[in-house]
Design a protein around this ligand. Structure first.
Ligand SMILES: *Cc1c(COP(=O)(O)O)cnc(C)c1O
Length: 402
């Protein structure tokens, strides 16, 4: 907020100034006296409602929809279906029991950050910023870049939080359609970057909900053209893509790489991290809420990074399951499976609504993305689950696709 506008030119608070006016205004009709009996002001004024106060664009929004999945096989949110091995979970429990819950978390937990550096191979010239999920990091970047008139640009269909965070921070969102096969329309991206000069360009590698792993040469052209932008490469699905820009994060002035442990199997602890040059991260760190990652998250992440082989093995199994599921679904009449580097498949079917509803009756919850964007007409997104879950999914699919 611009304080100079809110205060009087003499630096006094507006409230103090209006009190002075009431006291010195002896000539005109007496101003209404505040009703001292009511904490809500004069009795004849109606009580304030949220509609009087909340931003109009927020009033018009709907909350991020999270369906109740109780009793369903949950294949709608790209969660890892496998629990921790019982022995490891027991050790984690002992470890967490020793955490001092009465203390605020370390604002910058150095040991955890060092562990992330080693395990994930963060380049020496880069810093690491932690977020309460990468969703919070997206929000922090939006707020930090929200100069008047600033824009955010991303291929669409893409991850909805880029647009949502941008709008909440009063940034304009520019979506550049992918090609019908969901590869990057690089010429359109370059033209849009030249026209809009966005503050932030998001490239999800691979993209959600399409699963596309964008071409490296296309990405290089975009990064080279976006000299006046920060390019955020979102690697939420890196455990399933196995390709990464992280080792190159120190080679560009205008690139940061964002990761999360959510899709690796720790969606519940809410931990994302941003890797990039200190010049960027120092600024974002000013916007980050100081205690944004809690003590249990920090302790659990530190412990599990010491056993990351368990999670890596689960990811490897899910990559195999992805291959099997893709082949099985592609063999069903009417199904078109798009190539995916994530732990999910985008599939076009003759009627996505019928498929979705039929799977619900079979107690399988998937995501119908057909209304998200015109390019996604009749598309559904299937999270790759455990072998048993995938079998039940296939059985449900066969009720419709036959
Ligand atoms: C799931 C997802 C994230 C969000 O991850 P959190 O760390 O759980 O907030 C970020 N980007 C993309 C593309 C995703 O699909």
């Amino acid at each position: 907020m611009d304080d100079a506008e809110e205060n009087g030119s003499d630096g006094s608070r507006p409230f103090a100034r209006s009190i002075t006016t009431i006291e010195t205004n002896q000539c005109g009709p007496a101003p209404p006296m505040p009703d001292l009996q009511s904490p809500h002001g004069p009795a004849h004024e109606p009580m304030t409602t949220p509609q009087d106060i909340i931003r109009n664009d927020v009033l018009a929004m709907t909350s991020y929809p999270v369906p109740d999945a109780t009793g369903f096989i949950k294949l709608d949110a790209m969660e890892n279906p496998f629990p921790l091995p019982p022995e490891l979970a027991a050790h984690l429990g002992e470890h967490l029991a020793g955490v001092a819950l009465n203390r605020y978390p370390a604002p910058r937990p150095e040991a955890l950050i060092e562990r992330i550096r080693q395990v994930m191979g963060v380049p020496a010239g880069c810093d690491v910023l932690l977020g309460n999920g990468s969703d919070e990091i997206i929000s922090v970047m939006s707020v930090a870049c929200a100069r008047p008139g600033a824009k955010v640009l991303a291929p669409v269909p893409g991850f909805v939080m880029y647009q949502m965070s941008a709008k909440l921070a009063h940034l304009e969102f520019v979506g550049v359609p992918l090609k019908p096969d969901f590869t990057l329309d690089t010429e359109a991206m370059l033209a849009a970057i030249a026209e809009h000069k966005p503050a932030i360009v998001y490239l999800a590698y691979p993209n959600n909900p399409t699963g596309t792993l964008f071409d490296d040469a296309d990405m290089e052209r975009i990064i080279a053209a976006a000299k006046q932008s920060l390019v955020v490469i979102d690697e939420a699905y890196q455990p399933f893509a196995q390709k990464s820009w992280l080792p190159r994060a120190d080679q560009f002035d205008n690139v940061v790489v964002m990761r999360t442990v959510s899709k690796l199997g720790l969606a519940g602890i809410r931990l994302g991290y941003l890797v990039g040059r200190p010049a960027w991260l120092t600024e974002f760190d000013k916007v980050r809420p100081p205690y944004n990652t809690n003590v249990l998250t920090q302790a659990a992440a530190g412990f599990l990074l010491d056993h990351v082989g368990v999670l890596d093995a689960q990811a490897a199994q899910l990559r195999e399951e992805r291959t099997k599921l893709a082949q099985a679904v592609a063999a069903l009449p009417g199904a078109e499976v798009f190539p995916s580097a994530g732990n999910f498949l985008l599939v076009r079917v003759p009627d996505a609504s019928v498929l979705f509803e039929t799977l619900l009756t079979a107690r399988v919850l998937i995501k119908n993305v057909s209304k998200m964007h015109p390019l996604l007409v009749n598309c559904v997104r299937l999270t790759v689950g455990s072998p048993a879950e995938n079998a039940q999914l296939l059985a449900g699919l066969k009720l419709v696709l036959r």
